[in-house]
Design a protein around this ligand. Structure first.
Ligand code: SF4
Ligand code: ZN
Length: 343
């Protein structure tokens, strides 16, 4: 006998909700998923009526679901938001060029304006060229640092008040684990926040409306709604460390589905001991972006790339960086240290 939906008790259930274990029909699942995002937005007061909001759109499942749900809730509950899509083109042939085609289709499907900012135009480097120089070990460090700043720059061009990103509960839990494993207290504090205020000029506030949505449910939502999204992995995706954290979390989830929320709550509730020295935010001497060092990470990485010394921004090479900036010659040994690439 077919199982009936436990919510409407009329239609046939098509799934067991990963988050609650309830058997639901398609319509009741859509409603539950959308209402939870709506409640998240209300409870955390993520938006104000009349705001311009940029949706960080990569063409992947999370940001496509985010764009779809934001548009729907904005209309259903009259949020009064002016929504637009903001994409970053990292310059990865065979990956980002294809996923950006999906974003362009989404733009038409959702009738939202779209702005694309590219690494090439902002930094003079594509990820294809960066990988040629740095290899496949630290490429995601360059990509992550550049993306953060690229989104801010794009948001400023679009004059948005806020950026919302498609980070889901699994992403947050994974990041909590990674920051604990690395002992990165400053990031641990920030990564669970559902929204961040502007930390200075050039930094646009961000928020995560899907923070409490499970990845499995996002996939089901996109699948049942037949959303048009791009599901291929990045061709330069070695990010082994995150991969281990992800596998570990998935293993935990298969034994106990609430593990994702549990890890996230642990991250939220860990407090930092009084008197612990935290980095002090200032601004980069070169580009004006926020930084706790005289040069921001992006400028150091770029300096390294432009000088053919890609390791300059990987690890701590403050002394060598000072030497380079004050135009003192490096010894051969020092050059070798900053040149080495691990393919
Ligand atoms: Fe960039 Fe690494 Fe993500 Fe690819 S996997 S888009 S290189 S951060
Ligand atoms: Zn800078």
């Amino acid at each position: 006998m077919p199982v009936l939906c436990s919510s409407c008790a009329e239609k046939r259930a098509v799934m067991k909700r990963p988050k609650t274990g309830h058997s639901l029909c398609k319509e009741c699942f859509f409603w539950a998923f959308e209402e939870e995002v709506h409640q998240t937005i209300l409870a955390a007061k993520l938006f104000k009526h009349g705001e311009r909001v940029g949706i960080a759109a990569s063409g992947g499942k999370d940001s496509t679901v985010l764009a779809h749900v934001m548009k729907l809730l904005n209309e259903r509950y009259n949020y009064g938001l002016e929504l637009m899509l903001l994409s970053v083109d990292e310059g990865i042939t065979g990956y980002r060029d294809d996923s950006l085609e999906t974003v362009k289709r989404n733009q038409e499907q959702y009738e939202l304006p779209l702005k694309i900012v590219s690494y090439e135009e902002l930094y003079g480097w594509t990820m294809d060229a960066i990988v040629k120089q740095v290899g496949l070990k630290n490429n995601c460090t360059f990509c992550g640092v550049f993306r953060r700043q690229a989104l801010d720059r794009g948001a400023i061009m679009l004059k948005v008040d806020k950026i919302c990103t498609g980070h889901n509960a699994d992403d947050v839990a994974e990041t909590v684990l990674m920051n604990i494993l690395r002992g990165d207290i400053a990031r641990l504090r920030r990564c669970t926040a559902i929204s961040t205020d502007s930390e200075g000029d050039g930094v646009v506030p961000r928020c995560k409306p899907l923070k409490y949505a499970y990845e499995k449910e996002i996939v089901l939502y996109a699948y049942f709604k037949r959303l048009d999204y791009f599901s291929t992995e990045c061709i330069y995706s070695p990010n082994a460390y995150r991969g281990y954290a992800r596998t570990f979390l998935k293993d935990l989830e298969s034994v106990r589905p609430s593990s994702i929320m549990d890890v996230m709550h642990s991250g939220e509730n860990l407090s930092v001991r009084e008197g612990l020295k935290m980095p002090v935010q200032g601004t980069c001497d070169r580009c004006g972006y926020i930084s706790s060092q005289p040069l921001c990470k992006s400028c150091v990485l770029l300096e390294g790339l432009n000088r053919g010394l890609p390791k300059l921004g990987i690890g701590k090479h403050h002394r060598l960086l000072d030497k380079i900036l004050s135009e003192q010659p490096l010894t051969e040994k020092e050059e070798r240290k900053l040149k080495a690439v691990d393919f």
